[in-house]
Design a binder for this molecule. Structure first.
Ligand SMILES: [Zn+2]
Length: 233
């Protein structure tokens, strides 16, 4: 699986959606997750694609599982520092509170160094409910994978991009009843997928999935047998 991050350039903002698995995992945990032993820092990856990482002024986390926000911060000799020093970070307040509950089922998904230092310094804004973070770019409560996950939309000139995150982790999961075993609330996932994929099909949205490895951008179409289909766009 991939760890998909999307860069959105708006009129006055450069917005990064998700920051990926980062480099804070123990070697043993990295091995278990089949991650490469060394990671290229995300700012370097962004620079490699021809974008200035220092221009990123907004970072959005759909939820706080380690595989979506570990690139928020960097660990070095001096401790934890923001990977995007000029950015304002956004995440769900309820998700942040849940992260600290460390429940048996999903406590292992959270690494506090990915968000707590940013909350303490005031660099991360914890949002309550659906929020437009900059004009045209919004986070929407879309539970199922967990209680407080959010999908992200970016709209401009009549077109919409939607990042489904782990509500639809890969293109095969567009079939609403195909729910990943890691979801905490599978029935809610089915309901939310039906809602969001229906909107994507109706609006001819450009879509991105949390962990899809083959399809960077997809269109969602209606299918009589499986309800929805993802096609490369
Ligand atoms: Zn994930």
């Amino acid at each position: 699986m991939a760890f998909n991050c999307y860069l959105v350039r708006a009129a006055e903002h450069t917005v990064l959606i998700e920051t990926g698995p980062g480099d804070k995992m123990e070697p043993r945990a990295r091995e278990r997750a089949a991650l490469p032993p060394e990671v290229e820092p995300l700012p370097d990856v962004i620079a490699h694609y021809g974008y200035d990482p220092d221009a990123i002024d907004i970072v959005v986390n759909s939820h706080l599982h380690w595989d979506h926000c570990s690139g928020n911060t960097v660990l070095d000799g001096a401790g934890v520092r923001p990977a995007f020093p000029k950015a304002r970070y956004f995440a769900s307040k309820n998700e942040w509170e849940h992260a600290h509950e460390r429940l048996w089922r999903d406590g292992v998904s959270y690494i506090d160094a990915n968000y707590d230092p940013l909350v303490e310094s005031g660099q991360m804004t914890l949002i309550e409910g659906d929020t437009e973070v900059v004009p045209g770019i919004s986070m929407w409560h879309a539970p199922g994978h967990n209680r407080d996950m959010m999908v992200v939309t970016a709209s401009s000139a009549g077109e919409t991009f939607c990042f489904f995150s782990d509500l639809v982790p890969t293109s095969v999961h567009v079939q609403p009843t195909w729910v990943a075993a890691f979801d905490l609330f599978p029935l809610t996932t089915i309901e939310q997928k039906t809602k969001w994929l229906g909107a994507a099909a109706a609006g001819n949205w450009l879509c991105g999935f949390g962990h899809e490895a083959e399809m960077d951008f997809a269109a969602i179409t209606r299918d009589p047998k499986t309800q929805f289909k993802a096609e490369v766009r």
